[in-house]
Design a protein around this ligand. Structure first.
Ligand code: PMP
Length: 404
């Protein structure tokens, strides 16, 4: 049985105060909080078996290697990858995307086409622009509509034999829209293109099955799903990972090195040059254990209740506008108060202990579409409560009165 008060006891940070008020943490889409179970794993690593991996014969090194590789298997199981070597540890979503973009530099040719969506985070726009500059490929964009959804009819028109790659996020970080990735993937493949799905915002709420999706690449960051910062994953189909060249050169990723020629290590090590974030990888596995123990169905259902409640209460406030769809989305509300800059609202909320994100959320094209400088984004997690939403609503009302 899901009991939010029991869940909250797992998160030490939730009992602290900010500016003399109990912390209300509604910036979960930026970074989630960390349960004691994951903190314990981090402390255990540095207290008991901190050592470099894959290279020592000594016991500590072997222990650390075993735990790190067990974490890889946990990630494989969670995402239902066929092989554990299809899971590459990275420093996060941004690193994963750059790894793939760099790999495609040697595959794309002049006038090949890449399709991205209008709902992307900057980390899913800029690497592709850089790739186009390097290769002469052309970037095309699936437009969005007022509801913050992708215009799928236009996607059909953009696809052609020239399309080599499609990149789309599973869930928009700025609006929370859940994109129809099943259809997007199927259509990309019908056109003969590869597809990467950015799951950074989906994975805290949805458990993706990469084999059922038949996606070529899927990427995520641990820090948005109860894990630490500085670690994430790239899932790639074996055939694609074998095809792509390594991203970085260094230790760990080689089979043999001479000054004449170097041969690369097998997957996954080919893409894991240098000493990785060992503790982070192990803690990522523990975070997945934690979230799976709570259960993704339970999480999604509870967060949806929070979303519905907050949407209803916030819309009662005069002059408050919510951007994007109210239907098919995760627990994210992006809003503005008429005539008031989002930054000013965020500053007042902070004084009341409420953490929200303000600004363009690294998704400037979406803000340009709505012709706004940014929004206030409140994003809820399964450890938030209706009482906290009540605090948000009364604080927004206060901000509205003070700033109007
Ligand atoms: N894509 C999306 C949709 C995101 O929300 C984020 C993080 N805000 C990123 C990519 C980048 O993730 P990271 O900073 O962990 O690399």
């Amino acid at each position: 049985m899901f009991n939010v008060e029991d869940i909250r006891k797992d998160f030490p940070i939730l009992s602290r105060k900010v500016n003399g008020k109990p912390l209300v943490y509604f910036d979960n889409a930026a970074t989630s909080q960390t349960p004691q179970q994951v903190i314990d794993v981090i402390v255990d690593y540095y207290s008991n078996y901190n050592a470099n991996i894959h290279r020592g014969v000594h016991s500590l090194s072997q222990e650390a290697t075993d735990k790190y590789e067990q974490a890889r298997k946990k990630i494989q199981t969670h995402f239902n990858a066929k092989f554990s070597h299809e899971i590459i540890f990275t420093s996060g979503t941004t690193h994963s995307i750059n790894l793939v973009a760099n790999g495609f530099s040697s595959i794309l040719k002049q006038d090949d086409e890449i399709i991205v969506s209008a709902l992307e985070h900057h980390s899913n726009i800029v690497p592709w622009q850089m790739l186009c500059e390097r290769t002469g490929a052309i970037l095309k964009v699936i437009p969005m509509n007022q509801e913050g959804e992708l215009v799928m009819a236009d996607y059909d028109k953009l696809l052609s034999k020239k399309t080599k790659l499609v990149f789309v996020n599973h869930v928009s970080n700025a609006l929370g829209t859940i994109n129809p990735i099943e259809t997007i993937i199927k259509k990309a493949h019908e056109a003969g293109a590869a597809i990467l799905v950015d799951g950074a915002q989906a994975c805290p709420h949805i458990k993706p099955d990469v084999q059922a999706l038949d996606v070529d690449f899927y990427v995520a960051s641990a820090h948005k799903m109860c894990g630490p910062t500085g670690v994430g994953m790239l899932y790639g189909k074996e055939e694609w990972l074998n095809k792509l060249p390594p991203y970085q050169g260094g230790g760990e990723m080689i089979a043999e090195v001479t000054f004449e020629k170097t041969t690369y290590a097998a997957l996954p090590h080919k893409f894991e040059a240098g000493t990785p974030n060992i503790c982070g990888g192990i803690a990522f596995g523990a975070a997945l254990d934690y979230m799976n123990a709570v259960g993704f169905d339970v999480i999604a259902k509870y967060e949806h209740q929070l979303l519905e409640y907050a949407t209803e209460k916030l819309l009662e406030i005069e002059g408050l506008k919510i951007y994007g769809t109210s239907l098919n989305k995760t627990s994210v509300i992006s809003f503005n108060l008429e005539g008031i800059h989002p930054y000013d609202v965020g500053t007042i909320l902070d004084k009341m202990g409420i953490a929200v994100r303000t600004g363009h959320h690294c998704a400037q094209p979406i803000m340009d579409y709505y012709k706004i400088p940014g929004t206030v984004r409140a994003s809820f997690s399964f450890y938030n409560t209706k009482e906290e939403i009540d605090s948000l609503v009364s604080a927004v009302k206060k901000a509205n009165m003070m700033l109007a």
